[in-house]
Design a protein around this ligand. Structure first.
Ligand SMILES: Cc1ncc(COP(=O)(O)O)c(C=O)c1O
Length: 377
């Protein structure tokens, strides 16, 4: 990528050239057929990627705007059971507590969810359940289908943050009973940062909160999107919509199954490298909880400093993420979202291995060879 830094972050991610170029066009009227067609293309392509036939609304704002729109539009004044095993689950719970009353059902970050705690909260009248499917902060994939079943059994609305899984892993919003599912543009969709897409079921529309946020009111968004041409209630981030449409076309061209298989293979290669190095994965897995297929987290061995590893890689032009909040300095996280493929994984694994060597730490084995094995299969 010559002078460009290779971003191996769990978002934002590198974008195809045509996606970048689509943002340089002259301004267009957002109340026009041209914009409406762009919005319609995005929704058409994203529906199967979400695994939904529900409405999809695109909001100008990052993934958090999607979270806040969902909670603000459907959970005002309600008791919300918020499942937490990482930073983003915690944030969703914090939003729920601003608009309603959150019951935080917490596990250690990266550990399995407390599903018994969820059952109890539902038996005690929780009307909404929130879950982060792919908890990026701890690189763990949570069991959305099981949580959806529990929510449905107790007739609660199910809000699913699939911000970092949609477009990179299997998401079946309808099958899993996700009344609301959210994706962020700068993650597996490989579009620029700044848009969130939110799917909404009829069940959710039937339970719309009376008082909703002004800017993030999903009903207003629906009313505008239902028009011909499709519109947004206020001026949208038009260049980002154009770029997202282009990114969606790349998804369509690759094919969803192929794209998901690629994400699985890339993350498997990173996990194989870590295992050969003798590093421990951050997520504690069990029959229901798996390591993420879009970001892989490892604990640093004792005596290795985050800046030695990520700092050295950054000097080589490769940037990935450290730990957030309580995980800061303890872990590093390599993303493989969007268009990341074999060359980027090989370069990153090699750079990490070199950085440990430079730091004077002897890894157990050769991660690069292990990654090559997976990638060659
Ligand atoms: C799982 C998850 N949820 C929510 C967010 C917040 O998204 P944004 O930073 O786009 O607002 C992130 C961001 O990394 C995330 O990984």
């Amino acid at each position: 990528m010559y002078n460009e830094t290779l971003l191996m972050m769990p978002g934002p991610v590198p974008m195809p050239e045509s996606v970048r170029n689509s943002m340089t066009k002259q301004a267009i009227n957002h109340r026009s057929k041209e914009f409406g067609a762009c919005y319609a293309d995005i929704v058409r392509i994203l529906k199967p990627v979400f695994g939904t036939t529900n409405d999809i609304l695109v909001l100008s704002g990052s993934g958090t705007a999607g979270q806040e729109a969902a909670i603000g539009s459907f959970a005002k004044g309600k008791k919300v059971a918020a499942l937490v095993n990482g930073k983003f689950g915690e944030r969703l719970g914090q939003i729920a507590d601003i608009y309603g009353e959150a019951v935080m059902i917490e596990s250690e970050w990266g550990h399995p969810l407390n599903l018994e705690g969820l059952k109890e909260a539902l038996e005690n009248g929780a009307e909404v359940v929130t879950l982060v499917h792919n908890e990026t902060s701890a690189a763990i994939l949570n069991p959305a289908e099981e949580v959806g079943k529990l929510a449905r059994k107790h007739d609660a609305l199910f809000v699913l943050d699939a911000i970092t899984s949609i477009g990179g892993d299997v998401v079946e919003a309808d099958k899993w009973g996700a009344d609301i599912a959210i994706v962020g543009s700068q993650k597996c969709l490989a579009a620029p940062a700044g848009l969130a897409a939110v799917s909404v079921s009829q069940r959710a529309w039937d339970r719309l909160s009376e008082k909703r946020p002004l800017y993030l009111d999903l009903q207003k968004a629906k009313k505008s999107a239902d028009g011909n041409p499709m519109e947004t209630p206020t001026t949208p981030a038009v260049p980002l919509f154009l770029a997202l449409r282009e990114a969606c076309k790349h998804i369509e061209a690759e094919g969803l199954e192929n794209r998901i298989a690629r994400h699985h293979k890339m993350s498997a290669a990173v996990r194989a490298a870590g295992s050969a190095w003798g590093l421990s994965l951050v997520p504690q897995v069990d029959a229901l909880h798996k390591p993420s297929n879009t970001v892989t987290g490892f604990f640093y061995p004792a005596g290795v400093d985050d800046s030695q590893i990520r700092g050295a890689c950054k000097k080589m032009g490769i940037e990935f993420a450290g730990g957030q909040d309580r995980m800061k300095g303890k872990i590093f996280r390599i993303g493989n979202m969007g268009i990341i493929d074999t060359p980027e994984i090989l370069a990153t694994v090699a750079a990490v291995q070199m950085s440990f060597k430079k730091a004077g730490y002897k890894l157990e084995g050769d991660g690069l060879t292990a990654a090559v094995e997976v990638l060659s299969a």
